[in-house]
Design a protein around this ligand. Sequence first.
Ligand code: CMP
Length: 449
Amino acid sequence: MPSLHPESRLLIVWEALIVLVTLYNCFTIPFRIAFNATISKNWFLLDHLADLILIIDIFLRFHISYITEGELIKDKDKISINYRKTDFKPNLIASLPLDIFVYLFLPQASLILMGLCRIPRLLRFPQCFLIFRKWDNNVYFNSGVVRMFELFIIVFLIDHWVACLWFFIGNLTGQSGESWLQGDNLHLENTTTQYLYSLYWSITTLTTVGYGDITPQNNIELIFTFMVMFLGVSLYAFVIGNVVAVISSLDASKNRFRDKLGQIQSYMWERKIPPSLQKNILDYYQYMWEYNRDVSLDFYFLDELPHSIKTRVYCYLYQELLEKVPIFQDAEPCFIEDLVIKLKPRILPPHDYVIRENQMGHEMYFVKRGQLQAFSEKTGKVYSLLVAGSFFGEIALLYNSRRTASVKTLTYCELFVLYKEDFDKVLENYPQFSEKVKKIAEQRHQVRE
Ligand code: CMP
């Protein structure tokens, strides 16, 4: 059997199954011991299916390569030595079928004893956290979701274990003294109700100091209650700290944006920027946030990517623009790939000049979103309304001339800029595009005359 890569999908699915089986054991074993619960045939089958999965896992681990000091170790002997040194023994002990022996050789043994025989299965529990760490470091998993899931498991299992212990202690001490189990106010007819009351007590005592409707009835229960209260204080400090960290990391881009905005606001305040200008600046950032989140990050990290991946990302990001601009519609894929990588995004507020008539031109623009106006500053004549999918600024580039008109934004606009040197390269390499642009430029010239 070939060795499995430690990051392979198959292994991720298998480890998820191991987590599920371990959590099943962590839930059912203490529950059965504490509540002396009888096991139906289905549960019995489920138990042994879970055991079988854990046994298969012991053997599978001999075929999983591992990474040490950045090197992938595939050698069977090395894998085996490494596994024997680490998890092999706890895994073997966790899978010992002690309960089957008790069942076969001591048929009249109590359910509690059968449950106690399954306790070694809980040795697998710490491995769940190693698996969670692995998922946390896997780029395909959302680390916030993994950590929230981990927290939920910790909190739920602690609540569950405390509930089981509380009932177990109540049951033990109730034999001799007065326990809450025998209180007149509770009618605990069946195991489910008993469990739900115990869980209720455990959650209220761990989160607060309890509501006082279920109270300790003797010294042992009192001591246990103190311990649970102490545990509750540290558990919830730990949980709240972690939840805050996870939530703030989930919204990392918003935090980054807030930090940036804070710096801008203090800069404007220190430099005594006039309030109307401050408003323009803040409106601009508001627009940036609503429509683009934090675009600056996109371009920072995209630059690090290899050319082929970067091109594919740009094609995806600029899909909206590529679909809107008619001259791109039946362009060859290589033309699009060549072009997208050269486009630079620009966001402009309303009533801003993008181009001034008679100035030299160094770039042309494609409109992704918003509306602009091409007009003559001398006569005031409006030549055209430029909307999503339009382009402008091509005439000065084509004829090496001055700008033939002014172009002003009417609303917030998202544009893509193509600089002259890139424009010239594109024209040279793709004559079809060049012809289309020239045709439109000539039509525009004629309209102006
Ligand atoms: P350019 O001359 O480089 O800069 C001003 C731009 O306005 C120009 O390129 C065209 O893209 C655009 N423009 C000029 N006249 C018109 C028109 N009649 N219709 C649409 N756009 C125009």
